[in-house]
Design a protein. Structure first.
Length: 498
């Protein structure tokens, strides 16, 4: 195992830095075991980090920091060890440090694909799953919903294979004496989305699916109409798309809605991106083949970002019009590609100059639609009264309910409202605080990997939202009795307190 000292680690937006006693880069399961035992011997805390793409300090520890980057292999999955009913499924076993991007490439070579993913692919699979990273798709789970089994290194360096009660591995075939098999819903649903507090996850068995193709259609729309259709459910009705010159109505797989928070001509302009599953397109335009490459190049040119930042900070009154133009500029009737290429939004450089909060609401209640009105009023007040112009448009994404105890969509189909803000925008913290206060007042549940500072001091809300919090906490302390895997984020959220 590679060990380094005097390392300064920071998250991708450079907002949180830490100088751990030790920076460890394990290359095997046994390395993680040794790392945990050594930290315990020194009386230090220990925590794994993924790609540092969480905006909060959720990944930080000043004890021993475990860099997962070398644990990025696909493992050989022996299906004979699984219960018979699972043997025919499309499954892969991977080490936790593999990035979503590398996993997509590996799966594609095997003619497989992830069921869904978030808007970028730089996260590690373990980091993304630990905070409940989600994509869009009202009938699709977050990444955590694809986990069928995982290997965890917990207190004392003890290794567990953790699965739901119905089982996944055939207990009769589990003959590894170093790894204890636990098949228990309470444990499984606690450990998958655990913010790194239950130990270090070495590997996952993920359910995937055969490679598939997506068709994306992006259209500008008016919020008044989108709101009405979301309220009556017709926004999810089958939608006409053109395939091989023929118009056909297809079920919507996902909706991604971006809304200009500034009113123009008595309404708010939106961009609605719809995706549809289609059979492979034999004819794809040059633009279909190059959109991601171009988007990636353009969004990785820092000049574009710096120009945006200059406008945002020195000519803020142009922001409403710029956002309005961007809504219509994103119009795109047809984009067809392999699933992961359509799901990847291709804005890594620009996106990592932004941060934001994201809150989940019950999809069947209209609260989230009312919250949008409160956001519009707040943006108007901030800009007209205080000359503070939020620079990004709120987003709406829908995600299927999950059994995981600490994920915002726990047992509830949700709509996530995202509020991105450029990190270097003057007034960014003020804007984010105001957005968070709106959401917390309305009962929204925050995404753990995004900005959550306004939750501090209101942590009783966590107990109120998560009816299985106490079970989660007990499971967490079972694997982490000395609180070795906690950090200051977990302490501020009082995750170890009843
Ligand atoms: C540009 C950008 C776009 C984003 N888009 C989306 C999106 O579309 N949808 C969405 O839901 N989120 C999104 N996010 C948030 C991001 O997906 C999450 O914050 C995710 O957790 C980051 O993964 P990571 O690998 O960087 O993990 P890190 O941020 O490094 O770590 C996250 C957590 O995982 C824990 N962890 C990491 N590895 C392990 C392990 N092996 N065992 C135990 N715990 C571990 C860490 O301790 C920490 O608590 C985005 C973030 C950025 C910067």
């Amino acid at each position: 195992m590679k060990t380094r000292t005097r390392v300064t680690w920071s998250n991708v937006i450079k907002k949180h830095k830490v100088e751990p006693f030790k920076y460890l880069i394990p290359g095997s399961l046994q390395d993680i075991v040794s790392a945990v035992r050594e930290a315990e011997k020194c009386g230090h805390r220990i925590r794994a980090v993924g790609s540092g793409h969480s905006y909060s300090d959720v990944a930080i520890t000043d004890g021993h920091l475990v860099d997962m980057s070398q644990l990025c292999r696909q493992l050989e999955l022996d299906k004979n060890k699984l219960l018979r009913e699972h043997q025919e499924k499309f499954l892969v076993e991977v080490e936790g440090g593999i990035t979503v991007e590398a996993l997509n490439r590996k799966l594609d070579r095997q003619k497989l694909a992830l069921i869904n993913m978030g808007a970028i692919d730089e996260q590690t699979i373990s980091g993304a799953i630990a905070t409940g990273t989600h994509g869009a798709g009202r009938n699709l789970p977050a990444l955590s919903g694809m986990v069928r089994s995982l290997v965890l290194v917990a207190a004392g360096g003890k290794i567990y294979r953790i699965e739901p009660r119905a089982g996944f591995t055939d207990p009769a075939q589990h003959n590894d004496s170093d790894i204890e098999l636990i098949q228990d819903d309470g444990v499984f649903h606690s450990v998958v989305v655990s913010l790194g507090c239950t130990g270090i996850v070495y590997s996952y068995i993920l359910e995937v699916r055969p490679r598939y193709w997506l068709y994306e259609n992006r259209q500008p729309a008016k919020w008044s109409e989108v709101r009405r259709k979301l309220a009556d459910g017709s926004m999810f009705d089958d939608y006409p798309i053109t395939i091989n010159g023929q118009q056909v109505k297809r079920p919507i797989r996902s909706l991604f809605i971006v809304v200009n928070p500034y009113e123009r001509n008595g309404d708010h302009t939106c961009m609605v991106a719809r995706t549809f599953e289609i059979e492979k397109f034999h004819f794809r335009t040059i633009r279909d083949r190059t959109r991601n490459i171009l988007a990636t190049i353009v969004s990785n040119i820092p000049v574009a970002y710096w120009i945006t930042l200059l406008v945002v900070n020195y000519l803020p009154r142009f922001i409403p019009a710029a956002l309005e133009r961007s809504m219509t500029a994103l119009k795109d009737d047809t984009y067809v590609n392999k699933s992961h290429k359509v799901l990847f939004q291709g804005f890594e450089y620009v996106a990592s100059q932004g941060h934001g909060s994201e809150f989940a609401y019950n999809r069947y209640e209209n609260t989230y639609l009312d919250v949008m009105n409160v956001i519009f009023a707040k943006v108007k007040q901030l800009s007209e009264k205080y000359n503070v112009y939020p620079s990004s448009a709120p987003t709406l994404r829908f995600v299927k309910a999950s059994p995981m105890y600490l994920t915002p969509e726990h047992e509830m189909d949700v709509c996530y409202i995202g509020n991105p803000v450029l990190v270097k925008q003057k007034g960014a913290s003020l804007i984010l605080n105001e957005y968070q206060d709106i959401h917390l007042k309305a009962g929204g549940k925050p995404h753990w990997g995004k900005i959550t500072n306004r939750l501090e001091g209101r942590t009783e809300l966590i107990r109120k939202w998560y009816n299985k919090f106490e079970t989660w906490r007990k499971v967490m302390l079972r694997f982490n009795p000395d609180r070795t895997f906690l950090n200051s984020f977990a302490e501020r959220m009082r995750l170890d307190e009843p």
